[in-house]
Design a protein around this ligand. Sequence first.
Ligand SMILES: C[S@@+](CC[C@H](N)C(=O)[O-])C[C@H]1O[C@@H](n2cnc3c(N)ncnc32)[C@H](O)[C@@H]1O
Length: 223
Amino acid sequence: MQALSSVERGYDLLAPKFDHTPFRTPDGVLDATAIALRPLGPFGRGLDVCCGTGAGMRTLEPLCRERITGVDFSAGMLARARDSHPNAGWVQADVRALPFAGAFDLAVTFGALGHLLPAERPAVFAGVHRALRSGGLFAFPVGGPQPIASIGYWTALGFDAAMRVRNAVWRPPFVMYYRTCPLSALQDDLKAVGFTVTTLPLACLGRRSDGSPRHRLVLARKG
Ligand SMILES: C[S@@+](CC[C@H](N)C(=O)[O-])C[C@H]1O[C@@H](n2cnc3c(N)ncnc32)[C@H](O)[C@@H]1O
């Protein structure tokens, strides 16, 4: 049922079980992000973009001294998030039109960029830029490129191909693609809306046999 729904309705349906699926960002990634961000903090107010059931609160809570907020368009996911983190703020909104201005010192996002078509990313990144105070930081982990000889490479290729066929023959579309967010394209889109962009290796998440990090943390600073 989820696969035949829109993204929003699909997540409403999945919400009760979401925390037991592989789609929920693992604690190891959330903690590695918090560890990498700690020397850049502490931060004031924090925002989790596409917060789902609130996994990103694990990263924001130790870093932010003021209120932390999650934004997502799925009412079902937000209801779960509210249950497990009653003291955080929860906002239902489409991140392609974020309703914040100059309100946050740190924004993060986990596991959601594949839900945005490349043409939609500039509006999302511009909304995050607008949501941050001057000097604020937008940070998110990205997986390094998969070697062509790996199972992960072919799994992602196969998943995206199946999704493109599904979306060609079925309405509403379910937008989720693994291979539409290469680091270089993300960096270009962030720079285009005014961020200064650097990256850090998330060394504690491991390295590939060629020595490259499996994950990097993108750090986009609002000037
Ligand atoms: C894979 S889940 C990730 C949830 C959480 N960040 C995590 O890491 O566990 C993706 C989330 O993005 C949300 N989402 C996707 N597109 C969205 C949009 N355009 N506006 C708001 N939320 C969106 C979905 O509702 C879902 O909760």
